[in-house]
Design a protein around this ligand. Structure first.
Ligand code: BGC
Length: 475
């Protein structure tokens, strides 16, 4: 539990205890009755037994809330002849004759008011449901459509902000080992730079994550052509991928907070066949997990590879490079690429190569040996089946530890090679090369052109479902 929340809970606990004490001091207590009288021992002839009979009795009331001036204790002479009659109902006929003093009354009123307030506050959970998801306007698309930013906050204070443009992660606030929150996702302060400048910061990628060679593939004997927006190849869905569309947002829960983005990608959009209904649900659990679940159906056979493109820097976005952050990837192979980052079709073992992250090492350790232009990691890792997690990244200074689990067969590890310091993001921070990493859970790039890769074909009647979770803790 977060230190601040624990302190809050203890504070409330002490308040309640104090209220209880104070109230009990000013409480009008039940009058105490003292019995005095003449007791005769008589022979009860009817029952042939001895009984104690009070022939006369004095009842003395002592009421602790009485003022001295009210002249108590009071005495009353009662005409009772049996102890049995001194039951509660009988005694209730003798209520206290005196009143609470004025100052005591005022004090009681104040205590009741304060305690009522504190109790009211106690009744509201530390993290009110109404705060779990808040929304605010976040600009307009070039077509004038309003964009909304939704912030999901969990019980621990972790939060994720998402906009309906591109179903995009805009902010991700995660605490370090001292409890201090930092935004660890690269991005912009307003929606506008996302339209043209963003290298897919935080976006939902579709229909096809990563590259399709020459923007061409065959499906059921038919050739399809999609936009070649990256060196003669198609990247992340083409010119206007899922990241450049408005999605319909819907809150689907507050404990834990969850939001679902949906859209229909029409038949032929960016050259892909079939009308595709897509839903992406982001859930922020109380265990500090950002869970992303995808669901899609089509009315014609199509190819599909959905992912999220958040750029993480566990030291905080814009706080230097990620080269010192320690990466573990449970993958004993990668799909090697050519100079334009198109898979060769081979599955290559990582043993003895810069791509061996199985035992964990700083991202910068072997990065120069990866080659490429620009140099760096930009590869699909073939995830080991049955591993406890896909990848883990640790940032020693903050203590932040991120664990990625997924049901996807691949993970694109991209070390921000194309970032070059020309983008200025949130808080005026500049993003230099290697200032973030992406871990994009996915099917292998260019799968439609490689029969040996797991299939990415979605048929009518089938439901595409996939979940990836980014979990955060401190070490
Ligand atoms: C790709 C990179 C690309 C980056 C931003 C990654 O998924 O693998 O090659 O530069 O996205 O577009």
């Amino acid at each position: 539990m977060n230190f601040y929340l624990l302190r809050g809970r203890l504070f409330r606990g002490f308040w309640l205890f104090d209220c209880h004490l104070l109230l009990s001091l000013t409480q009008r207590r039940s009058p105490t009755f003292y019995l005095t009288g003449n007791k005769n021992v008589t022979n009860n002839t009817q029952s042939s037994s001895l009984s104690h009979v009070f022939t006369q009795m004095n009842v003395t009331l002592f009421d602790p809330s009485c003022k001295k001036s009210e002249g108590l204790p009071q005495s009353q002479r009662l005409g009772v002849d049996s102890v049995a009659q001194m039951d509660a109902a009988f005694l209730n006929k003798f209520p206290s004759q005196c009143t609470l003093s004025k100052s005591m009354k005022k004090m009681r009123f104040e205590i009741v008011a304060i305690c009522g307030f504190v109790l009211g506050a106690w009744a509201i959970p530390l993290h009110a449901d109404s705060d779990a998801i808040v929304s605010k306007p976040f600009g307009k698309t070039t077509a004038g459509e309003p964009i909304t930013l939704y912030t999901l906050t969990n019980d621990k204070g972790m939060s994720v902000s998402l906009m309906d443009y591109g179903a995009t992660v805009v902010n991700l606030l995660v605490s370090d080992r001292t409890g201090k929150l930092d935004d660890i996702a690269l991005g912009f302060e307003s929606a506008e730079p996302y339209f043209t400048k963003s290298p897919y910061f935080g976006a939902t990628i579709g229909r096809y994550g990563n590259r399709i060679a020459k923007g061409t593939f065959q499906l059921n004997g038919e050739a399809y052509h999609i936009p070649t927006n990256n060196n003669g190849n198609s990247l992340h869905g083409g010119d206007i991928g899922f990241d450049k569309h408005m999605w319909k947002a819907e809150t689907i829960g507050t404990t834990p907070p969850a939001i679902r983005f949906t859209r229909t990608s029409p038949d032929g959009e960016e050259g892909y066949p079939g009308s595709l209904d897509v839903a992406v649900t982001f859930t922020l659990t109380d265990k500090n997990q950002l869970r992303i679940s995808y669901k899609a159906t089509t009315d014609k056979p199509t190819v599909l590879n959905l992912t999220n493109h958040t750029y993480f820097n566990l030291a905080g976005a814009g706080n230097g490079t990620v080269l010192g952050q320690v990466m573990t990837i449970h993958a004993k192979a990668i799909t090697p690429v050519d100079s334009l980052l198109i898979p060769t079709g081979k599955i290559q073992e990582v043993e003895g190569t810069p791509w061996d992250f199985r035992k964990g090492k700083a991202i910068g350790t072997d990065i120069q040996a990866t080659g490429g232009n620009p140099i760096g990691y930009d590869h699909n890792f073939v995830l080991d089946k049955g591993a406890t997690y896909a990848a883990q990244v640790y940032e020693p200074a903050s203590g932040r530890l991120m664990t990625v689990t997924t049901d996807q067969p691949g993970l694109q590890f991209y070390s921000g090679n194309f970032l070059d310091g020309t983008l200025t993001g949130k808080g005026g921070k500049v993003y230099p090369q290697y200032s973030a990493f992406c871990l994009e859970s996915q099917h292998f790039p260019d799968s439609p052109n490689h029969a040996n890769f797991p299939s990415t074909v979605l048929k009518p009647g089938d439901v595409y479902k996939s979940t990836t979770t980014y979990s955060f803790e401190n070490k």
